[in-house]
Design a protein around this ligand. Sequence first.
Ligand code: SAM
Length: 217
Amino acid sequence: MLYIVATPIGNLKDITLRALDVLKSVDLIACEDTRHTQILLKHYGIQKPTTSFYQHNRLTKAGYLLKLLKEGKSIALVSDAGTPGILDPGYNIINLCIENKIELTVIPGASAFVNALVLSGKPAHKFIFEGFLPNKPGARKNRLKELSKSGQTLVFYESCHRIQKTLEDIKEVFGSKEIAVARELTKKFEELKRGPAEDILRDLLSGKIRGEFVVVI
Ligand code: SAM
């Protein structure tokens, strides 16, 4: 069967006992980046064969993994951080398993948007998880304008390379609305900034922009 295993988003201790049991017991671990996952496996003394399953080989590799599953092998699917399938490779193999009636389950754990949403203090009973905004400036601003009409809490993922541009667009579309920007969740330099996009941007630009971000509006 296929085990979709959530792994830490930073702090290596954020993994469940069940996830560790599964990683120790499967025949193969399919990882987004085998070197990255080795850090976790080494930390917990787990020695298991790994294979890469990432954005660019996911279509061909999914077929190979399906063949192994059909032969009765058990496979754990992990990503670099968090829950596989939430904006990282996973979708293809999960759907192939469904089509081929392969048993599958999720071993729950971390996902960056949950931490950010809860920490932000924004209403979390209804929210829109938007993932990454479009790369192109026009499309990004249009999407923000559309989303602004929803009246719901909005959650975005963002990288250190694009956070500045995204906050500039948020400032234009949402004006002085108080937003929250989480950075480096569960890690040593975890922080959550609250305020209008303009203030957070000024603060961010006062140093070097590092880390991974979740924006909550
Ligand atoms: N599957 C992952 C999950 O369950 O959260 C998300 C993978 S997605 C490719 C990576 C994005 O998640 C990053 O660009 C960042 O926006 C967010 N992210 C992951 N780890 C984070 C962390 N420790 N702090 C803040 N954001 C994080």
